[in-house]
Design a protein around this ligand. Structure first.
Ligand code: FES
Length: 158
């Protein structure tokens, strides 16, 4: 359910005009970690901006996400070098192991999986990150071992 007061606090920082759309969406994203549907609709109404326009802004800018992020973010590099060294295979393996498509979050909310451009460690290709941790020369066989500490942390969450 929408938290109207929380949204109102955000909107009240601005003039409430159509030109405030991007900063307001940014604040919502910072506050919620994503752009919830009801909040997006409310912003469209308040700023008198067509909903389709709000969604096109929300999908155009990479900083915005319309789906909740998982507790852990997995980023698989598909830059040129990593791609040549099996990055796609790695992404596919994570996708089937976790049961989630790239760009989505697992049903239990623990992992988000995405592919990204060069992470700047090409010598270690293929590279992936889990939260702030870099892993280089990752083979499909290593994936379960890499995921384990993050899965255990997830399991111990009450
Ligand atoms: S291409 Fe993956 S780290 Fe550069």
């Amino acid at each position: 359910m929408m938290d109207a007061a929380r949204l109102e606090t955000i909107i009240s920082r601005y003039d409430g005009e159509p030109y405030d759309l991007i900063p307001i969406l940014q604040d919502i994203q910072d506050s919620y970690g994503f752009l919830p549907k009801e909040e997006v609709k409310a912003v469209a109404r308040r700023l008198k901006v067509p909903l389709t326009q709000v969604y096109s802004v929300a999908t155009f800018y990479k900083m915005f996400t319309l789906v909740p992020k998982g507790r852990h973010q997995i980023r698989v590099c598909l830059g040129t070098t990593c791609h040549l060294k099996g990055g796609q295979r790695l992404a596919d393996s994570l996708s089937s192991r976790l049961g989630v498509k790239v760009g989505h979050t697992t049903a239990d909310g623990q992992f988000s999986l995405e592919t990204v451009g060069c992470l700047g460690s090409c010598a270690q290709a293929p590279v992936m990150m889990i939260d702030d941790h870099y892993f280089g020369r990752v083979t499909v066989d290593k994936v379960p071992k890499l995921l384990k500490p993050f899965q255990q942390a997830a399991d111990s969450t009450p």
